[in-house]
Design a binder for this molecule. Sequence first.
Ligand SMILES: C[S@@+](CC[C@H](N)C(=O)[O-])C[C@H]1O[C@@H](n2cnc3c(N)ncnc32)[C@H](O)[C@@H]1O
Length: 248
Amino acid sequence: MNQYSDFAFVYDELMSEVDYDGWVKYIEEIIKKENCKVKNILELACGTGNMTIPLTKKGYDIAGIDISDQMLSVAREKAEKQGVELVLLQQDIRELDFEITDLDCVLCACDGFNYITYDDDLESVFSKTHELLKEDGIFIFDISSFYKLANILGNNMYGENREDIAYMWQNYFDDEENLVEMELAFFIKDEDGKFERFEEIHQQRAYTEEEIIEMLQEVGFSSIKVFGDFTFERPTDETQRIFFVCRK
Ligand SMILES: C[S@@+](CC[C@H](N)C(=O)[O-])C[C@H]1O[C@@H](n2cnc3c(N)ncnc32)[C@H](O)[C@@H]1O
């Protein structure tokens, strides 16, 4: 039961209320505020291309990497429909291997790094990112906060009953390992009106802001800024999405 296999084909529908245009705008504001010239971007854990496609349309040269073939195939299909050419690579970012260096920007949007559940692995992603960036290049990513995973998602159950999709999403938070295990069960209506069920188990690691900063410093990032929930303010105790903006 791999993560983001069957789920890939309903991901966009379930994310339909996420304001990706606003997200792209926020990333561009960060770049502008940092006074940074960005032409090329490497996007880690790009999924179905919800950031990759609009950023490509805006004229950036982007390559997207994701571990899930299915997420990438959805991205390819969407890009083709919109007449956008994407460079997509199937790869586990824990073993990130990208040929082009001197990158202007590395991006990881929508909590991709929470899927990296071991410190050593995440530190190695940060280290490789540092190597790939040009001098003064910018690294922008967000994570779901410890507060969100432990107190909002953790030990909670969600569900929705839409016309064509119903799902149950049961979470368990392990406060020794700081891991949230998410059991997802989906029921998808087929052409004959019958519902097919599939399941996936996802695991996300809750990291504190301090843990992340320590790892970023360890691999050599100097200027590290931390913002909460699409603002330019410091996160509060109840911030759900934390943005990190680092310069090499
Ligand atoms: C919540 S989705 C975010 C997708 C996309 N960035 C977006 O904004 O919609 C998390 C993504 O991380 C990817 N992912 C998880 N672990 C990964 C790994 N080790 N290497 C590469 N991608 C990974 C998943 O396949 C999934 O596409």
